[in-house]
Unconditional design. Structure first.
Length: 267
């Protein structure tokens, strides 16, 4: 995998310091996120788990530099984040590929902007497509691919710019269960090979347990962390293992309590 990428950049730290977000428009304000503080180690895989609307995407967008916090700050590798940067790549539930480009050209997109030679771009794209098991699909059109394949292309395109941090916003939420399990295994293999820092948003407890070194569970909006779990189960993890099923039940019970508490509050 590293034949064309000898200097692949591994992960960097993320430090969240009292990160808060309230959205304002003319009529009202929406408090999306209460002060959030944590340290993510370089190369750590952290899952942000919570119900719809609890502010998970908002937090990811702040790390991506697409939103600014209302208060607090996030530091990436010790530097405050104020704008998007090539050391942070964001992937969405729907792979945002360029439909007019074929698979290889999509992966090469960021490399073109880095002014790499055509040969270098092609070598890197082919190596990344092999890593995500898409050898043979280099010249397929995006619309010919399944959802799982599109996510693989999006991952290869993100890896092409060699980010230190990968931000994933429910990337496998639209996939069937079997494809999702396969994607989990592939993502885990890529993460172990590259040592990138990953922040992964999901509302699926078992997905968080399959992947995360650490799971931060959020309450319904305004999001605040109601539980932090370090997952020390050996990898690769079996979703059927008793230990994982027990942990899932325990996390779900915390989520249900947070949901009930939120419902009991006046609107
Ligand atoms: N630009 C915006 N203007 C106003 N309110 C917003 C804006 N973006 C998000 N919100 C609100 O902030 C809250 C948190 O939204 P966010 O998308 O971060 O939640 P989420 O946990 O990612 O939800 P989901 O899992 O459904 O994607 C929601 O109530 C949402 O309506």
């Amino acid at each position: 995998m590293n034949s064309t990428r000898p200097h692949s950049q591994s992960g960097i730290t993320l430090q969240f310091r009292g990160v808060t977000k309230t959205f304002y428009d003319r009529a009202r304000s929406v408090e999306a996120l209460q002060p959030f503080t944590t340290d993510v180690a370089a190369g750590e895989f952290v899952c942000l788990l919570g119900p719809s609307g609890c502010g998970k995407s908002t937090l990811l967008n702040i790390v991506a530099g697409l939103e600014l916090p209302t208060a607090g700050q996030v530091l990436a590798g010790g530097k405050p984040i104020t704008a998007p940067g090539s050391e942070r790549a964001l992937l969405f539930q729907e792979a945002a590929l360029f439909p007019w480009l074929d698979v290889q050209a999509n992966v090469e997109f960021g490399l073109r902007q880095q002014r790499r030679s055509a040969q270098e771009r092609a070598d890197m794209a082919r190596s990344l497509l092999a890593m995500v098991h898409l050898t043979g699909f280099e010249h397929s059109a995006v619309h010919q691919l399944s959802g799982g394949m599109r996510q693989r292309v999006a991952l290869a395109r993100a890896l092409a710019i060699d980010p230190a941090v990968i931000l994933m916003d429910e990337p496998f939420g639209a996939l069937d269960a079997i494809t999702r399990d396969r994607m989990h295994a592939e993502l885990e293999a890529i993460w172990s090979a590259t040592g990138k820092t990953i922040l992964f948003v999901t509302h699926n407890v078992r997905e968080a347990l399959a992947l995360g070194d650490r799971i931060l569970t959020f309450s319904p909006r305004p999001g605040r962390v109601v539980q932090e779990v370090r997952v020390t189960l050996p990898r690769p993890r079996s979703l059927e293992s008793h230990a994982l099923v027990d942990m899932a039940a325990q996390i779900l019970s915390v989520m249900r309590t947070a949901e009930a508490n939120a419902a009991a509050l006046p609107a």
